[in-house]
Design a protein around this ligand. Sequence first.
Ligand code: HAM
Length: 412
Amino acid sequence: MERLPGFRDFYPEPLPHTDVWSADARQYIFEQWRTVAKRYGFREYDGPPLEPLELFTTKSGEEIVGQMFNFVDKGDRHIALRPEMTPTLARMVAAHERQYKKPIKWYAIPQLFRYERPGKGRLREHFQLNADLIGETDPAADAELIALLIDTLRVFGLTAADFVIRLSSRNAWQDFFQQGGGDPKNEYEFFQIIDKLERNSPEETEKKLAAMGFSFAKVNEFIEAGKPSPELESILQNLAARGLAEFVKVDYRVIRGLAYYTGVVFEAFDRKGEFRAIAGGGRYNNLVKLISGGKVDLAALGFGMGDVVLLELLKARGLLPKFDAPMNVFVLIEDEKLRGISLKLVQSLRSVGFAVEYPLTPAKADKQFKRAQDLKVLHTVRAESDAYVRIRNLKTREEIVAGFGDVANHLG
Ligand code: HAM
């Protein structure tokens, strides 16, 4: 039986094959994400992996809706595996926002599902750090969130030479569109053309823009000028004050595909442009209102960072640590008469926090010792009698005999 295309098997290291993923690396990434999110005062939440289909058809936009894993359940409900977290977050916040002081700062690490064509940096399932800030309209909130995004990448050892945040604004594009005489009902379609500038041919883009009454040259001029809008200027100054200026640049080519974004938008890319976007996000000031049927109106912004591209980048830059199984102690059982007392020893060491291994069934002494070496434990411990144990430090080769109750003190 093969696994489905675009899905992953995660194995413990050392990996048995190049076609599988590292459960250790995944755990490492999650731990770093959590550490930084907490430093910024973000609290963890989660929601269900299955949601009513309608939650996503409301405002995520055509692209994501076309990529949905969806089905009708046994109760005739239209269901989707979540392709993104933001609508779930909007629903959860709207339901209980009164219980929380504003701004609400929350993060999650959901597994998301999109029926995309699998390729480099794109799978049908990925994990995504989501960090969102709800209930604050000031650009200071945008700057705080972008600072978090920068630190979430720096924590892995990535520097300004490795990645950049491309900062843009749908407000700036909206002004451009309105000043150019665009018909408001075509606005999202116009944004879609901008979103695909780097993917589509210039001829195709030119034709599509012309159909809306816009010249490609004018669009390019606006992008090349890259003049920060007042809100972007304020964000840039805030980040500069933190010493983070070198990590961001204004780039109006970024506009984001999702339909719900309303203001500042941004994406993180590797500097060399070898990989797909590492992360993306922005403001979505209307989504909570829309999803709550007008009951709750809260400004919001956030970003999502996937594990797939990040891992590719960390691998390429040699920034992943070595993952060893961190066992501390191996309890040798050479005399089966002492198995009972040895098991007691195993449990007592585990109960004070040591990672302990031992032979489950009778085994030759040299085999046991080899296993202890393979596990790279620092100490072996062997019961000598009901009262004494022999402790060996495998690095210094020192041996001592200690009383049963005293073993833990010699293992530090
Ligand atoms: P997104 O741009 O669709 O945004 O996804 C964010 C990141 O998730 C991407 O930059 C990429 O690293 C990763 N990603 C997305 N799709 C895939 C895939 N098929 N395979 C591997 N990685 C993928 C959102 O999802 C927004 N909901 C983010 C957000 C949160 N905006 C506000 N708050």
